[in-house]
Structures are given as structure tokens and as C-alpha cells.
Design a protein around this ligand. Sequence first.
Ligand SMILES: Cc1cc2nc3c(=O)[nH]c(=O)nc-3n(C[C@H](O)[C@H](O)[C@H](O)COP(=O)(O)O)c2cc1C
Length: 342
Amino acid sequence: MHLYPLIRPLAFALDPETSHRLTIKALKLLPPHRPSDFPEALKTTVAGIDFPTPVGLAAGFDKDAEVPEQMLTLGFGFVEVGTLTPRPQQGNPKPRLFRLRRDRAVINRMGFNNGGQPAAYGRLQLDLRLPGIIGVNVGANKDSDDRIGDYVRGVQAMAPVAHYLTINISSPNTPGLRGLQEEGALEELLAAVQEVRAKKPIFLKVAPDLAAGDPERIVRAAIDHKIDALIVSNTTVSRPPLKAGSAGEAGGLSGAPLKPLALEALRRFRAASGGEIALVGVGGIANAEDAFERIRAGASLIQLYTAMVFDGPHVANRIARGLAERLKRDGFASIAEAVGTG
Ligand SMILES: Cc1cc2nc3c(=O)[nH]c(=O)nc-3n(C[C@H](O)[C@H](O)[C@H](O)COP(=O)(O)O)c2cc1C
């Protein structure tokens, strides 16, 4: 049934970006079928959207919305495509993606390589008929002289094909982008997005590299501007102790070494918000225990990417079923009941 342990040595023999392209190509061949039925207790409603399970695919795997349907089929409760910028762009020079096997981690400095929003729009028009939930993550072009305008355009352009939109201002790989998390810029950005948002929920994705007071300030701005959820977090520019040779590469670190940082960031956002805004936990989640810990720390949904590189796509299914067992074991009737219980 599960071929990934057989395929992995081959996948790991290739350079990571070639391996990723081949994976997307192979996934396209997967015959679509209805995603499996999940236990009732995993159903959860966030920002008015009914999610079949709280386990999502994080942005960056399916940047161009080539295989959202297949990823839903494989057991993800929702799929976030992107980051998509208004115009196509190449991203940074290769190599820009590094596997840190001994650390179960990845460093990437892709730099928003993507085919642009119009191309993805066409593909998503077909996919929106599916039963699954698809979020669209939008960003700014590197050479844009109006970055806030790029987010406004992204929200307007992609809203018709998204169940929710994510404003990604936390990628470390577009110089200056994280500056949009600063006080004045964030207010301006969120006010501009609020004006054009139509009816679709808006999520804001933040970095785990936080100064004192950042969570309080970001939560206040998000609530003031009616943001529906905060995604905590993107990759880190910090470098906890690592074993692998590529540890010194520039870029964002994801996977196991990010886990304690992302969990701590989530706890800080929960403390700052007291449950007033929904949180999505991301960063180093690899099993049901990690996911449950994030939910008890305040996350209503979780996402993952790097664990799939090491354990294969069935990790989503495994986590969903493990979560259902844990809910039952601890006497919770639903995910929502367990959120923020510590
Ligand atoms: C190769 C790679 C590309 C990524 N690209 C994006 C992206 O385009 N937009 C985004 O918001 N996050 C991107 N991310 C970050 C992930 O969505 C996620 O926040 C991060 O990897 C932490 O989760 P993980 O430890 O489960 O991978 C990327 C991550 C990786 C590894």
C-alpha cells in the first residue's frame, strides 16, 4: 500500500528540487477519488469553513496549484497552494533547497518561484468543484514597487477560487518582505486588504522569529482589521544547533529543529489573544502527538510540509487518525473542545 519507504532512497539520491518536480509529476498521475471518510470528531469549523480534518498541507509544496486534488485524496483535510505572486517569477538562483537528513530538516531560499496568479486561477477554477478545502496563499513580486498593492491584487484576483486567502508576509527569502510585519506597514497592509476582501476569510502568516511585544502588537492589528486566523509559523532564519553539512546555507529552516520555536511562538500568540482569534499551528509537526500538543496549545488547525519529505504523503492520514484516538482517550468530543486546553 504505502510505497514511500521504497521510493525514498531514489528520491533522496536526486537533488531536492529535481525530486520535488518529479513528485509533483507523479502525483498528477494519481487517479482522483473521493478522499477517505474521517471520524466525525475531526470535523471542525474555523472562520465559517467546515474542515473535514484539522490537518492541512502547508504552503510551498504545491505553489502553482498543480495537485491540490491529489493531496486531498491522500488524506489532507485542506490544502494551501502558493505562495502565488501577481506576475510569474523565477525565484532565487539554484541550488536553493537543501535537505538536512540528520536533522530531519530543510533549508530553503526559493524566493517565491511561481507561475503567477492568472495561471493558477485557471487550474483552481476546475478544482473548486471538489469537496475539499483549498486556501490560496498570496505574496508580493520581488521587483514590485508597490508590495501592499500586490497583496491587494492577490486577494482580489484569487478570492473567487479560494475558500480562504493567506497573506504571507513572513517569507525570509524576499528581501524586506518581513518588514511588512512592522507596526506602521502592517496596519497599512491590513487596512488595504480589508477594503477589498469581499466575503472570503483572510489568514495572516507570521514568522517564528519574534521580538518582545510582537505577538501582542500583531494580534491587536489582526483583530482590528478583522483577520480570521493567524498561521504560526513560517520558517525560521535562526539556526538552532544542527548536525548536517548544509546547516550554514542561507534561507528558512523547517522541520524538526523548528518545532520548539514554532510551538513557543504559538503559545505566545495564544497568550496574547486569549482565544479571540483562531490560530493555525505549523512548524516541525511530524506525528499525532505533535499535532495534539499544538491543538492543546491553542491551534484550531495544523499544517505541515517538511515531515512529508521524510515520511511521505500518508503522514497526513496517520496524524488525522492518531488525533481521533487522542480525542477519545482524553474525553474530548471534538477538536474544538481540545483547543487551548494546555
Ligand atoms: C521548500 C519549502 C518552500 C516553502 N514555500 C513557502 C511559500 O511559498 N509560502 C509560505 O507561506 N510558506 C512556505 N514554506 C513554509 C511552510 O509552509 C511552513 O510554514 C514551514 O515549512 C514550517 O512547517 P514544516 O516544518 O512542517 O515544514 C515553505 C517551506 C519549504 C520547506
